[in-house]
Design a protein around this ligand. Structure first.
Ligand code: ZN
Length: 452
C-alpha cells in the first residue's frame, strides 16, 4: 500500500479499518476493542524490541502525558542530535551561548543535554526548575544525572552541573541571559513555554533589555498571549514540538503564520488526522495520529493518538526547513484529553477520577459539582482552575489542592516530579463557581475552553 499510494493515504486507510490506538488504549486505561478482538495494552508493549534501553526519561517538558520512555543512544544521535544540529544551524545559533532550564532525571534534561552535546551545542548552564530534595528522585535517577555530567567531562565535553532555579526566580535566568548577551552578542535558552514567559516578565520588571535573546520553547501550548509576552520584550521565539515516544517531531518555522507553527519532522514521523469525540467535553476534534518511521525509535507506533489536535497543512513559507523538504506545517496545537502547563502533562482520565470520585468523597457535593479547566491567567501563565459549585459548602482550598497533587503524584518518581512542578508554580487554583455547561448541555469534568 505504501508503494502504490504513499505513507499518509495508507495510514488513513488503516485508521478507517480500525488500525490505531487511542491515547487511553495506549496508556492501558481502556481495553482496545476492534470487532470481536479485545486487547489490553500497557505502554511498555509498544517498546521497540530492536533497541537497547540506554537512558530512561519521563515526559516533563514534552507534550506526552506521564510517559516513561527508554532511549537507545543511536536514537539520541540519529533523531535528537541531528534534529538539534539542523535547527540550531537554521536559526543561526551554532555559535550562540546556550542554556537549558529543564528538569534533572527523571525529567528529560539529561537526554537533551546528551543530544545538544552530540550536536556540538554544549550548553554553558543547566538550570533545573526542580530541586533534588523536592522531588526525591530514585537512586538510579540521581546517579544517572551525575554520571552523565561526570562521564561527559572525562570524555572532554564541558557539561554543566544542574543548578536549581525555582520558577519564581526567573530573574536569575533573565540576568544571566542579559550578561551573556552583553559579553557574547547573543544568548539562547531552551525551556518550557511558561518558564520563558516568566523570564521575559522578570526581565521587564528588572528593566532588562531582551534584544539578542532567543527562546526555544515547548512542553505546552504556545498561545497568542504567551508568544506576545516573549516577543514584545524584544526576544525571539522558536517553538519546539516534542513528545517522548517519538522524539522531536516539529521544528519551529522561521516565517510562521500561526503563533505555534512548526514543520513536521517528516523523516522521523508520519502524521494523519482523524475526527474523534472528546470524552469529557461533548465536542469533536481532528486528532493527530503519529507513526514512527525510524528503526531506532524508542516505541513502535502505528497511528497512535498523542492526545493533541490542530491544523496540518502544506504551505510555502520560504524558510530553511522547507528547503530541506519538510513541507508539512502543523499549528494551533492543543491537547484534547490531557492538561498541560509548566511543561507538565497529565492525561484527562487521571483528572476525571479525582473530579468525579475523590473530591466528592473527601469534601462533599456530587461528581457534577466539580470541574477542571485549563486556562491562561492575566500574566499569560497556564492555570488549572478547579470550579467547585456553591452547593459543596465550606472548602479549605489549600487542602483541596494538596489532595489533587497527592493523588496525581502517586506511583513513579516522574509523576512526583511533575506534581512538584505544578505545586511550586501554583498551577492549581480553586474558584467557587458553578461548573460550566458545554454546548450539548452536558456537565463534564474537563471543560475545554477553546483557546484563541
Ligand atoms: Zn517555515
Amino acid at each position: 500500500m505504501v508503494h502504490s499510494g504513499g505513507i499518509e493515504p495508507t495510514l488513513r486507510t488503516l485508521r478507517k479499518a480500525g488500525v490505531y490506538a487511542s491515547i487511553e488504549e495506549f496508556k492501558g486505561k481502556k481495553e482496545l476493542v476492534r470487532g470481536d478482538k479485545v486487547f489490553k495494552f500497557k505502554e511498555s508493549d509498544f517498546d521497540n524490541p530492536l533497541v537497547s534501553r540506554h537512558l530512561d526519561a519521563s515526559s516533563g517538558g514534552t507534550r506526552s502525558a506521564g510517559t516513561r520512555t527508554a532511549y537507545d543512544f543511536e536514537f539520541l544521535t540519529e533523531c535528537w542530535a541531528c534534529s538539534d544540529a539542523v535547527r540550531f544551524d537554521a536559526y543561526g545559533l551554532t555559535r550562540v551561548p546556550l542554556a537549558m532550564w529543564v528538569p534533572i532525571m527523571p525529567g528529560c534534561g539529561p537526554a537533551w543535554l546528551l543530544s545538544l552535546t552530540k550536536a556540538n551545542s554544549v550548553p554553558v548552564r543547566w538550570f533545573s526548575p526542580v530541586e533534588k530534595s523536592g522531588i526525591r528522585p530514585s537512586l538510579r535517577s540521581r546517579m544517572g544525572t551525575n554520571y552523565i555530567v561526570h562521564a561527559g567531562r572525562v570524555s572532554g565535553a564541558k557539561l554543566p552541573t544542574p543548578e536549581y532555579v525555582a520558577p519564581s526566580d526567573a530573574s536569575v535566568v533573565a540576568r544571566w541571559m542579559a550578561d551573556t548577551v552583553s559579553q557574547s552578542g547573543g544568548c539562547c535558552l531552551g525551556t518550557y513555554t511558561s518558564l520563558a514567559v516568566r523570564v521575559c516578565q522578570a526581565a521587564r520588571t528588572d528593566g532588562i533589555d531582551m534584544g539578542g535573546m532567543v527562546f526555544i520553547v515547548g512542553g505546552e501550548p504556545i498561545t497568542v498571549t504567551k508568544r506576545s509576552e516573549i516577543e514584545s520584550a524584544g526576544a525571539v521565539l522558536y517553538p519546539d514540538y516534542t513528545f517522548m515516544e517519538a522524539g522531536l517531531v516539529g521544528y519551529g518555522c522561521i516565517n510562521p503564520d500561526a503563533v505555534d507553527e512548526v514543520h513536521l519532522a517528516m523523516d522521523t514521523v508520519a502524521l494523519v488526522q482523524y475526527p474523534r469525540q472528546v470524552p469529557h467535553a461533548g465536542t469533536s476534534v481532528d486528532a493527530f495520529l503519529f507513526t514512527t518511521l525510524l528503526p531506532s525509535a524508542p516505541k513502535m507506533l502505528l497511528n497512535l493518538e498523542s492526545g493533541d489536535y490542530g491544523v496540518v497543512e502544506e504551505r510555502q513559507c520560504g524558510c530553511k526547513f522547507e528547503e530541506l523538504g519538510l513541507t508539512q506545517h502543523v499549528h494551533t496545537i492543543r491537547g484534547f484529553d490531557k492538561l498541560s502547563g509548566e511543561g507538565v502533562t497529565f492525561v484527562g482520565t487521571d483528572m476525571v477520577h479525582i473530579i468525579e470520585h475523590l473530591l466528592p468523597a473527601r469534601f462533599g457535593g456530587s461528581s457534577t459539582d466539580y470541574q477542571m479547566i485549563e486556562e491562561e491567567d492575566e500574566r499569560a501563565q497556564t492555570r488549572m482552575t478547579l470550579l467547585a459549585g456553591p452547593e459543596v459548602g465550606h472548602l479549605d482550598e489549600g487542602e483541596v489542592i494538596r489532595t489533587i497533587l497527592d493523588e496525581l503524584g502517586k506511583g513513579t518518581d516522574g509523576r512526583r516530579m511533575m506534581t512538584r512542578i505544578w505545586s511550586d508554580a501554583k498551577t492549581f487554583r480553586v474558584v467557587r463557581e458553578h461548573p460550566v455547561m458545554t454546548a450539548t448541555g452536558k456537565l463534564l469534568p474537563l471543560h475545554i475552553r477553546k483557546s484563541k
